[in-house]
Design a protein. Structure first.
Length: 139
């Protein structure tokens, strides 16, 4: 059985695959955060974020609002992954990843350093991989 080597991919395709996988991971992370902050906040979300039971009802509206923003980030990344026009898809992906990275930095500074690892690092890796790909790939 032959092994697959990087050289077998047309120029830019390998890094495009890596970028797509990383963007999908960031999108899924933010979809999960959206769910934790909205529909799952009173159960699983509360536990993940370390919120005491007696604070849940007071914080639920704030978390739900915050969750919407994470949902918008996931939506931008999803559009970037599936848009039929590669230029528009790339623009959505770059916008979404930059927003995630900035939000992650802000969260890391103001809330918890772990946010840098969960949000910012994956977003910057995906952005770096995406920026290494040609805008439009040719076979």
């Amino acid at each position: 059985m032959d092994t697959l080597h990087y050289e077998q991919f047309p120029k830019g395709h390998f890094v495009r695959i890596v970028a797509t996988i990383l963007i999908a991971i960031v999108c899924l992370i933010h979809l999960y955060i959206f769910l934790l902050e909205t529909v799952l906040f009173r159960s699983r979300g509360r536990k993940v974020f370390g919120i005491k039971q007696d604070e849940v009802e007071r914080l639920a509206p704030l978390m739900s609002n915050q969750g919407c923003y994470n949902g918008f980030l996931a939506a931008a990344l999803a559009v970037g992954l599936v848009h039929p026009d590669p230029v528009i898809g790339r623009a959505f992906a770059v916008f979404g990843l930059v927003c995630v990275a900035i939000a992650g930095i802000w969260g890391g500074v103001t809330v918890q350093r772990r946010i840098l690892l969960v949000q910012t690092v994956p977003a910057l890796l995906a952005l770096g991989a995406l920026l290494l790909t040609p805008s439009v790939l040719t076979p």
